[in-house]
Ligand binder design. Sequence first.
Ligand code: TRP
Ligand code: ZN
Length: 859
Amino acid sequence: MTSSSSSPVHKIEDYSPNLWSTSKVHLRFDLDPHLTVVRADYEVKLNGESIGPLFLNGENLEFLSLRLNGTIADPSEYEISELGLVVFHPPGANFHLTIENRICPSKNTSLEGLYKSGSMLCTQNEPEGFRKIVYSIDRPDNMMRFFVTISGDPNLFPVMLSNGNFITERNLPDGKKEVDWEDPFPKPTYLFALVAGELVETNDEFITKSAKKVTLKIFVEKGNENKVNFAFDSLKKAMKWDEDTFGLEYDLDLFMIVAVEDFNMGAMENKGLNLFNAKLVLADKKSATDETFESIMAVIGHEYFHNWTGNRVTLRNWFNLTLKEGLTVFRDQWFTEDMTDPDVKRIKDILFLKEHQFPEDQGPMSHPIVPKSYTEMNNFYTVTVYEKGAEVIRLVSEILGRENFKKGLIDYLTRYDGQGVTFEEFISSMERAFGKPIPLLSNWYHRSGTPKIQVKDHFDETTKEWVFTISDRDSDALPLIFVNSYAAFGSDGKILSEGKRIQEGKVDEIRLCGYGPSYAKPILSLFRGLSSPVSLESTMPIEEIQILAENEPDGVSRFFNFQNLIFSWMDDLIQNGKSERFSIIIDTLRSCFKKDWDKTYFSFFLSFPSLSQISEQLQCYDYLKLETYRKDAIKTISAQFSKEFQYLYEENRKTIPIQTKEEIGKRRLKNTSLYYLLHDPTSKFEGLAIAQQREAKHMSEEISALRYLIEIESKAKENVVTLFYDHWKHDALVLDSWFAAQVGFGENKSKILETLELHPKFNLKNPNKVRSLYFSYARNPLSFHDKTGIGYQIIAERIKRLNGINPQVAAGLAKLFSAASKQKGDLPNIAKRELEEIQNLPNLSKDLREVTEKIVNSL
Ligand code: TRP
Ligand code: ZN
């Protein structure tokens, strides 16, 4: 483990090109789970004017030897530290450097570098894992051609993979096998991958638009080979979509995916050899929910799209991470919009942004999409860099229009092919396609926080116009460019006018004619579809919101206006202890039951906002009170529309276990109806849920019934939990959801957490298990923010255990303490005490140091 004292802060203004680069490397691996020998043979060349010391990154490596131009270097010629190796006087502007070191994959629980997962060895190098494999210039602006030889025991490693093209394999006299791989495209170290193990290979193919055949392979551990069909279909759809939308074709003859059980995040775009968290590849109708299927398609798309946005054109430095991630998330969102339902997809993305990114941007971890500094880059794979980054790209596409945006992207990919660039190059391509500068756009990359937009109106007597003043409230912050898609409505719900305004800077004025004999004020729907990532401070009277919730033809805006109705009622209730506004919600819902909406859309409309959505929206952290109000509302809706929900349930009861829009919609609507029915005061519908779980043909049916029965504390709870376990104890991925369901909702889940972590299927070293148990608990506000502080104590204790195992995951868990400063009573103090104890750990990782420091400062 790297000790915290030696880890520097990296500042964006300190970036400078490296003095040296390595343009070519031959890597040799002698695989052994306990002691792998790695040798790198680099072609080194000088970038600068005059020769100076050469620094190679290296962490936790056992140095063996160093050769300069083939000659063993004398120990006086170099120095090894915790962070790497310096060659004091390199032998010329061009030379060969050969270095050899040893590593121990089986002891590498950080899951970064070369590590063991199940029976396989695999790598994770983004952002800075390669330095845990071999001494190297481990920075994204250093691009190399990779030639790779892997040698190992064919019984342990019948399959040995790396990036690019397979060249040859041979059997060695000592019984080992050796394979050669070569990647024709230069790439930075973070895109290097190696996988070796006893893997089952599954195959498919794709013919590109220029009639090239691409072989597709998915490698899985034995037993999972029939769970890959959906992933193959998703991959082929993604390949086709990138051709159809941007004209982008795949550039190698082989594309491989490996499913890995122990994985820190979702998936990784290594050139030609994507590595995936098993839960984002493996699926069949019995074990995967509709949400899982959709995530698989999105993430397969995302990683595939990185082949152009990320790999062919890569990053100059890690500050620009959003250049590949924001852009690629935008591309995968667009892909899913095209493959499913654009309104529903947009609703999901906005909900996610509001629930996760907005709070991150208000809390101690807030940062611009291009962070100004970092200690541990792993801490910056955030919803801000990814999701807000994608919103900024969406904004660009709104300014340019989608056709010009496509031109801009092609310009970017052609002009900067093979280079590591920054967001400025991206903007310049977009400006070329636009034909003029895009003012203030770059400020989106530097300003943190969600812009708060205020709307004021007055009537101009002389022109008989209503003047709406739209202003960015933070007058000190950098000025921005906004796209404001708007529509004006009359009180009859008819559209009077609509359009798209580009706001440059702090203020915009929309002038609209008053309508009718009295020049009535139009009702404005602003930032429709969240045309800019802002938070709108609405002071609209509830009757006007109702008009929008019932009449907005834009499905996304209609949905969010309905949510606003609910928030407006809840806010009134919190302020005054009572509210007359609920009947408006009921009226609006009543009108919805008569509409002929798409089933998935309708189910979203009917779903009552979650506790965390409500608390974030209203900035109210009295969770117990909010939950009481929320449950009362759900019960009232359940009673009011009992007939309708029963009807909907019956109508959608029988579904076919396939992934079509119709069947997915039916399952969702049926589950939403069931959820309301279960809140009927008589408990008479519990039998329905129990039967649904028993008879389920699709995981979406089975797990929802289980979750709801747990949430309502049904008498059958213990039984259904056991039943589910007995059914699925052989499937690790399904068990993740089983663990999560038991701690993810409701109060007092600490006992059950302590029981479950002793369960034989729980494993502290497996991030999926840690996420399903600890993260689910810590994202359950009723338990985590329990006023006694027990939630904080429990999670802090688990963070300490994880610190020595997996710093990246430990720091991710610690980030959830960001919400502590907003809590009442003693909670902020308790959080502070717990975090300070973590800071006193003798081997505190830099990951945790950076995160805890920021949060403690907010407490
Ligand atoms: N680049 C990956 C993506 O597609 C994310 C990533 C960064 C990652 N670090 C990782 C994935 C570590 C797995 C493990 O977004
Ligand atoms: Zn990505």
